[in-house]
Design a protein around this ligand. Structure first.
Ligand SMILES: [Zn+2]
Length: 226
């Protein structure tokens, strides 16, 4: 069984099915959406600018238009995913929430979230990757820094009741551990990685200030540089 996850930005992608030729520009013209129905189109056109504006509190800004495509299934070489950011094309791909019951393992913490909550969570995670890439303005941001920020902000922006669901499904004892901000932990225990990232981000000395320092190239959590 493939592991279901919300995946990173940095590998090639096979898309089994895209709703072709139906890209619509949102009223916020910085976003275009391709979706199988108007309700989902509207949901995404509203959610994306709202999430982007919230992320600007952490110095993440949109400098180029982004495309969001809803697909029946995503797959790439590290497993099936709920969402994907293609940094070469400023394009986010999201699995159609109508397919969640088929693509999410029943024992996954994602299975306990309502589809709209999970969709927003996946969109937030990928928007963070997109806006890190755009805000870094050509500077390389390491994979671990990317995933740390995406995991921390994905949880930070959730309603506390749903955040608690994900955190209780993958608890990590306090205080946060820098040693868990590690690409192997991310690969093997992505929800524990995320819990620890959010707990680390939540420390007073970290927060949006740390995100900005990372994106500006002044700090990294990459082990090779610690
Ligand atoms: Zn990611």
């Amino acid at each position: 069984m493939w592991k279901t996850g919300i995946c990173a930005a940095l590998a090639s992608l096979l898309v089994s099915s895209v709703y072709a030729d139906d890209l619509q520009t949102c009223s916020d013209r910085q976003f275009s959406v391709e979706a199988p129905n108007d309700e989902l189109l509207e949901t995404l056109c509203h959610a994306a600018p709202r999430i982007r504006d919230t992320l600007s509190d952490c110095g993440l800004t949109q400098t180029r238009p982004l495309t969001i495509k809803v697909v029946d299934e995503l797959s790439h070489k590290i497993g099936n995913c709920l969402a994907w950011f293609d940094c070469d094309h400023d394009s986010i791909r999201l699995t159609n929430p109508a397919r969640y019951p088929e693509v999410i393992d029943q024992d996954s913490p994602y299975a306990t979230l309502p589809a709209d909550v999970l969709l927003e969570n996946a969109l937030t995670h990928e928007l963070v990757h997109a806006l890190i890439t755009q805000s870094a303005n050509g500077r390389e941001v390491s994979l671990i820094d990317h995933e740390y920020i995406a995991a921390a902000l994905e949880l930070e922006l959730m309603e506390p009741q749903w955040r608690d669901v994900l955190i209780s499904a993958a608890p990590v004892s306090l205080p946060p551990k820098t040693g868990l901000i590690d690409i192997w932990i991310y690969g093997l225990e992505p929800r524990k990685f995320a819990t620890n990232a959010w707990q680390h981000f939540s420390l007073q000395q970290n927060g949006c200030g740390l995100v900005e320092r990372i994106v500006q190239g002044d700090e990294t959590l990459s082990r090779s540089s610690r």
